[in-house]
Design a protein around this ligand. Structure first.
Ligand code: ITT
Length: 201
C-alpha cells in the first residue's frame, strides 16, 4: 500500500475524551498541526461497534472525516490486564459507566483481580491511531506500553486508568508523571512515532 503524506494544517481529532485531546495536541501541535477536536466541533459520537482497537479507531475517524470534509485523526485505546484475559480492553471507557467515573472503573479492575485470586498484576496500555482522509484513504498505527497495576491509585496527572499503571522500569504511576515524561514512553506516543515516521513530510 502506498502511504500518503499528512500535510501540516487543520486536523480533526475524532475524540470527545479531554485527556486524549490534550495529549494529541501536545504531540501534533509542535509539528505545525492545528488540532480541532470532535468535542470543539460538537460532532456526534459514533457507537463503537467493532471488536478491536483498530476497527473502532477507523470507525471514529471515518465518521469525523465524512462530517467535516477534513482529514481526521482518531485514537482508540485502553487497558488490557493479563489476568483478566485482556479486559477491560476495548471496553475500558465503558467500565467507567455513564457518566464516566474512572475511580469506579479502577476499583472494578481491582475487584475482578481479587475475584480471580490473581497474583499476576501485569497489564498493558494499547493505542490505535487512525487517520482517514475525506476521499476515503486510511492509515492506522498501533502502540503499546507494558507495566504493572498498583493499588490504591496514585497521582492526579493524566486521565483514565493512569493512577494505577506503572510502566516497566518506572516506580511512579502515569498519574504521578509529568506529561512530557509520559509522552516519551506511552502507548499513544509509540503509535504517534510510527505515524510520524510514515506519514509526516
Ligand atoms: P473517544 O472514543 O471519544 O475517543 P473514549 O474515552 O470513549 O473517547 P476509548 O473508547 O478509546 O475512548 O476508551 C479508552 C479508555 O481507555 C479511555 O476512556 C481511558 O479511560 C482509557 N485510556 C486510554 N488511554 C489512556 C491513557 O493514556 N491513560 C489512562 N487511561 C487511558
Amino acid at each position: 500500500m502506498t502511504h500518503r503524506t499528512l500535510l501540516p494544517g487543520r486536523l480533526v481529532a475524532a475524540t470527545h475524551n479531554r485527556g486524549k485531546i490534550s495529549e494529541l495536541k501536545d504531540l501534533f501541535a509542535p509539528l505545525g498541526f492545528e488540532v480541532v477536536s470532535a468535542l470543539d466541533l460538537d460532532l456526534e459520537e459514533p457507537e463503537e461497534t467493532e471488536g478491536s482497537f483498530v476497527g473502532n479507531a477507523l470507525l471514529k475517524a471515518r465518521a469525523a472525516a465524512k462530517s467535516t470534509g477534513a482529514p481526521a485523526l482518531s485514537d482508540d485505546s485502553g487497558l488490557s490486564v493479563a489476568a483478566l484475559g485482556g479486559l477491560p480492553g476495548i471496553y475500558s471507557a465503558r467500565w467507567a459507566g455513564e457518566p464516566r467515573d474512572f475511580g469506579a472503573a479502577m476499583a472494578k479492575v481491582e475487584r475482578e483481580l481479587e475475584d480471580v485470586g490473581a497474583t499476576d498484576r501485569s497489564a498493558k496500555f494499547v493505542c490505535a491511531l487512525a487517520v482517514v482522509w475525506p476521499d476515503g484513504h486510511e492509515e492506522v498505527f498501533e502502540g503499546e506500553v507494558h507495566g504493572t497495576l498498583v493499588w490504591p491509585p496514585r497521582g492526579d496527572k493524566g486521565f483514565g486508568y493512569d493512577p494505577v499503571f506503572v510502566a516497566e522500569g518506572e516506580t511512579i504511576t502515569f498519574g504521578e508523571m509529568d506529561p512530557e515524561r509520559k509522552h516519551a514512553m506511552s502507548h499513544r506516543a509509540r503509535a504517534f512515532d510510527k505515524l510520524k515516521s510514515t506519514l509526516l513530510p
